[in-house]
Ligand binder design. Structure first.
Ligand SMILES: [Zn+2]
Length: 369
């Protein structure tokens, strides 16, 4: 049983044993259980779940936690990443990189446009979103090998073969320079200037790669602007559907972002193939059961279902969808819901009759072109 911490004005210093390596964490305890496991919020926006048996020592003082500003976050990240890394700061992001500065700038420009468009989109739908309180951290490695070393150290085998990820714990996104990928290199292709990078990453074969960055960046924004909350019972389909809804990048314009809510052809094509093969599950199972979307063998199919349902709900039930997100964000920390509660929350917003909703879904979605 987790209890919210009442002592919000104390800074806790915890020395943890992280797979044999000592790690110092400082922050505010936002939740604590009866045996001393903690959820610790750090000054850079991290949220660390520390099991009691990982804690070697723990002290506290009554200093108030002050969130890091961009300059302080830059210094923190540079010190952590070591020699060879540089920093590029933009309005809302701190990008620490060991590839070219031009690529770091390309990333921050993409993310700034995404963040502006994301917040404007949800504001227009009546959602109480706000600019993130913390500058958002982005690590960009120059090549895949060094990225994989970092990802494996942080995620273990779960690092898989992804080209980037967002960590709920560190609140950072981590990726590598896509323009170095063999699959994208062309004879005589250069990768120096901003123009070259944009040209290279606008090719159709780069689209799924850029979409991955946008996907991870969307998770980061959603959890930092008040739309979603970390460490509550977030149904997996919902968070993933939300990220995929924004996945359709618009690289044509350097200023705006018109790709929101476009049909995500990669996901929609997959859904249609699965539908023809009789492989699409019910809405109910999507809502109550996270196991198929977490299973690497079935994940891609469930992602397609999650995209389709998100598209349908955001397009035809926007008020209900934003109210549903608000309900989920207000849930207690670290408290998984049972299937009954999952279902009841969904039905409270979208109606009792899931079969009727499903019929409407198929009727409307069959007209998508
Ligand atoms: Zn995701």
């Amino acid at each position: 049983m987790w209890a919210l911490s009442l002592q919000v004005c104390a800074l806790e210093h915890v020395l943890v044993n992280n797979d044999g390596r000592p790690q110092k964490l400082s922050g505010e305890v936002v939740a604590e259980d009866s045996v001393g496991s903690l959820l610790l919020a750090t000054d850079e926006g991290g949220l660390w779940q520390v099991q009691a048996n990982m804690i070697r020592s723990r002290t506290s003082d009554d200093a108030a936690m002050v969130p890091l500003d961009k300059g302080q976050l830059s210094q923190r990240l540079l010190a952590e990443m070591g020699p060879g890394f540089q920093v590029h700061e933009s309005k809302h992001y701190v990008v620490v990189f060991n590839t070219t500065r031009t690529y770091a700038k390309w990333c921050s420009s993409l993310l700034e446009r995404l963040q502006n468009a994301f917040i404007a989109f949800w504001k227009k739908k009546g959602s109480p979103v706000r600019q993130p309180e913390h500058p958002l951290a982005v690590l960009v490695f120059g090549d895949k090998a060094s990225y994989m070393r970092h990802a494996k150290a942080e995620l273990g085998e779960a690092a898989g073969n992804a080209i980037g990820y967002y960590s709920l714990q560190t609140n950072r996104i981590v990726m590598y320079d896509l323009t170095g990928m063999q699959a994208l290199r062309r004879q005589n292709s250069r990768r120096g200037s901003l123009h070259d990078i944009t040209a290279l990453l606008s090719h159709p074969e780069a689209e799924p790669l850029v979409a991955t960055i946008v996907h991870e960046a969307t998770h980061q924004i959603a959890f930092n602007c008040g739309l979603q909350k970390r460490f509550v019972d977030n149904p997996v389909w919902l968070g993933e559907g939300l990220a995929m809804f924004f996945e359709t990048p618009d690289l044509a314009s350097r200023r705006s972002w018109s790709g929101i809510g476009n049909i995500n052809h990669m996901r929609w094509g997959r859904f249609q193939d699965n539908f023809s093969a009789g492989k699409v599950g019910t809405l109910k199972s999507l809502i109550v059961d996270d196991s198929r979307i977490r299973n690497p063998r079935t994940a891609v199919d469930l992602y397609a279902e999650s995209w389709a349902w998100t598209y349908f709900l955001v397009k035809w039930y926007p008020k209900e969808y934003t109210a549903y997100l608000k309900t989920l964000a207000a849930k207690p920390l670290l408290t998984p819901d049972d299937k009954h509660t999952r279902l009841a929350d969904f039905q409270a917003h979208f109606g009792e009759n899931l079969e009727a909703l499903q019929d409407e879904f198929y009727r409307r979605m069959s007209r998508l072109r």
